[in-house]
Design a protein around this ligand. Structure first.
Ligand code: ATP
Length: 367
């Protein structure tokens, strides 16, 4: 296994800059995800790691060895794509063992290694079957097995589960995580699906327009997003964003809603931070719907008055959409049995621990 280090990596296709000065370190034996919307440069980054694309500038290292001039076949990288690449005229066993066979490994060893991989992927019963008769789900498992058997130093997966049905996708997410932990394989997984990244990865690199936005653990990305893009991209339903400005009065600091009367009292640390912040009249406060609580009465002075617009009952939870002031809407996760009518006045409690503040101009978090 190996760590992967990218240094100022850049890729241009004519006038399109697909990846911009990307510097990242994917640790050895860990599961990392590259997450971002379509076109943000995920696949181009993977292709450069695999050697399928040549960087315009910058460097790729596996451990301490620069790989820029090493051809793809010599990088010892396993690659699994969205479109499973398997031989439909061969059996499952022949498919999985293919990489060893072309390396001239003896039959007994191939049989043993195929058996181990099949067990890991729960494909043992299917080994004698013709691969062309498998379901799409199982074909993708075989494609995984085929890449795993040659024990690549780095395993790259580019949206490998997007063709699978939803239930199997969820199952495979769990399986891949289990397998990665079991064999301690360095894996880099590309996805535009934040749930996939959050549920599987040890580290996530969030990208937008070819630029790295944040690299961190799922916990860091969720709890300490560095900017509005990351805050908005992670979480479903997404974070609430309310335009506001900083106001101080009698030694206290407040965030005041621009399009309404909502006011949030700040702790001393944040008050001092915002006093010094030059753009403090143009801010956005952010809070996730799961970090808000609705009350029927204003039993605490800091509760914010809002009016129910509509409900989204989702089974295990209900998303309540409310009007806050003149123009802002705010979502709150409520109990599944919540059934208040449109127009009902509610009082929102914000846990200040979960309050995020962003500079509206730069989009950067203020901490
Ligand atoms: P998706 O999730 O849709 O695959 P992505 O995040 O993987 O997107 P890339 O495929 O890496 O993004 O593409 C990044 C940018 O580079 C896009 O604007 C894309 O159109 C462009 N691009 C990628 N490959 C080429 C190419 N061979 N020639 C020209 N432009 C390209």
């Amino acid at each position: 296994m190996a760590s992967v280090r990218l240094e100022n990596l850049r890729k241009e296709f004519g006038s399109v800059v697909a990846v911009k000065e990307l510097t990242l370190h994917f640790p050895d034996k860990k599961f990392a995800a590259i997450l971002g919307p379509s076109g943000c440069g995920k696949t181009t980054t993977m292709n450069m790691i695999a050697g399928l694309e040549t960087p315009t500038r910058g460097f790729i290292y596996f451990d301490d060895r620069c790989m820029n001039d090493v051809p793809p076949g010599k990088r010892n990288v396993g690659f699994v794509f969205q479109n499973y690449a398997i031989f439909t005229h061969m059996t499952v066993a022949e498919n999985i063992g293919f990489g060893l066979k072309i390396r001239g490994v003896d039959e007994a060893t191939i049989r043993r290694e195929v058996g181990k991989i099949a067990e890991l992927l729960e494909l043992t019963d299917m080994l004698p079957m013709n691969a062309g008769r498998l379901s799409v789900n199982d074909m993708q498992k075989v494609a995984l097995g085929r890449s795993m058997i040659v024990k690549p130093r780095i395993f790259l997966l580019d949206e490998p589960f997007s063709n699978l049905d939803a239930a199997f996708r969820a199952y495979m997410r769990g399986e891949l995580k289990r397998i990665q932990r079991e064999i301690g394989q360095t894996m880099i997984y590309v996805t535009h699906d934040q749930v996939e990244a959050m549920s599987m990865a040890d580290y996530i690199a969030v990208m937008d327009f070819g630029v790295l936005q944040q690299f961190g653990t799922p916990d860091e990305i969720y709890n300490q997003p560095v900017n509005l893009f990351v805050a908005n991209f992670i979480g479903s339903p997404n974070m609430n964003f309310i335009p506001c400005y900083f106001h101080s009065q009698n030694g206290q600091g407040y965030l005041v809603q621009k399009h309404g009367n909502a006011r949030i009292l700040l702790d001393d640390r944040r008050r001092q931070l915002l006093e010094r912040h030059p753009g403090n009249q143009d801010l956005i406060w952010g809070v996730r719907p799961e970090h808000l609580t609705l009350h029927a009465e204003p039993s605490q002075p800091e509760y914010l008055r809002a009016t129910v617009r509509f409900l989204e009952p989702l089974g295990p939870k209900t998303v309540v959409h409310l009007e806050l002031g003149d123009q802002d809407t705010i979502k709150v996760i409520a109990h599944p049995s919540y059934r208040e009518k449109t127009g009902t006045v509610q009082w929102i409690e914000i846990n200040p621990k979960y309050l995020h503040i962003f500079d509206a101009k730069t989009g950067l978090a203020i901490r």
